[in-house]
Design a protein around this ligand. Structure first.
Ligand SMILES: Cc1cc2nc3c(=O)[nH]c(=O)nc-3n(C[C@H](O)[C@H](O)[C@H](O)COP(=O)(O)O)c2cc1C
Length: 189
């Protein structure tokens, strides 16, 4: 079991001029400084969505990225105490590639830092047989946490919780990957 753990970073907003890029860029630059895993990006802004969800080519891309990943970090904003519809469409477009894998959240927004969106996503991921881990990074008044270049105003305050979250995500990713190799998750039913 020597292959590196693969973490897929999933962007939760596809809005033009989204703040998601600032948060995700910070996350990616922090992850670059860590070792022991590879990172892939799944960005709904690079996919095509119809009224029924992602188109066939986009579903294939989502399935491929999720299937290759051992763990997920979702960068999610809060909109009216929920999470964006585009993220739900992405999540709902496939099923088995989520199974028996851990999910962590980097959330952002106004006063709540996106935590209400995260709590709703925990219910969604329970239905997908995924493990939403307890530790999160939550950025309240997110726009005040970065300078105009996108650098964090208080780097160590943001990095501390991120390191805890990533370490626990990797623990779950290793444990669940070993368990998936031992037997097929669906056979447990
Ligand atoms: C229609 C709307 C509703 C929002 N509702 C909330 C909210 O309920 N809680 C919160 O913390 N922030 C809320 N916000 C602030 C967003 O989280 C913030 O604008 C964030 O940058 C959106 O992410 P994005 O720019 O990556 O799309 C809301 C913003 C808009 C435009």
């Amino acid at each position: 079991m020597s292959e590196k753990i693969r973490i897929a970073i999933i962007y939760g907003s596809a809005r033009e001029e989204r703040f998601c890029d600032t948060v995700a860029n910070w996350l990616l630059s922090e992850l670059e400084g860590l070792s022991g895993f590879d990172v892939a990006i799944l960005d709904p802004a690079r996919l095509t969505f119809t009224a029924s969800g992602p188109d066939a080519r986009s579903v294939a891309e989502i399935e491929m990225q999720l299937a290759r990943a051992d763990a997920f970090i979702i960068v999610v904003p809060e909109y009216n105490h929920g999470y964006p519809g585009v993220l739900k469409a992405l999540i709902d477009s496939t099923y088995k590639p989520w199974h028996a894998k851990p999910v962590a959240f980097v959330s952002y927004g106004g006063v709540s830092g996106g935590l209400r969106a995260v709590e709703q996503l925990r219910l969604v991921f329970a239905e997908l047989h995924a493990v939403a881990i307890r530790d999160t990074v939550s950025l309240a008044h997110a726009w005040s946490q970065f300078d105009s270049e996108g650098n964090p105003m208080r780097p160590s305050q943001m990095k501390g919780p991120l390191i805890v979250m990533v370490n626990r995500l990797l623990w779950w990713a290793r444990a669940l990957r070993a368990a998936r190799w031992e037997s097929v998750y669906d056979d447990a039913a």
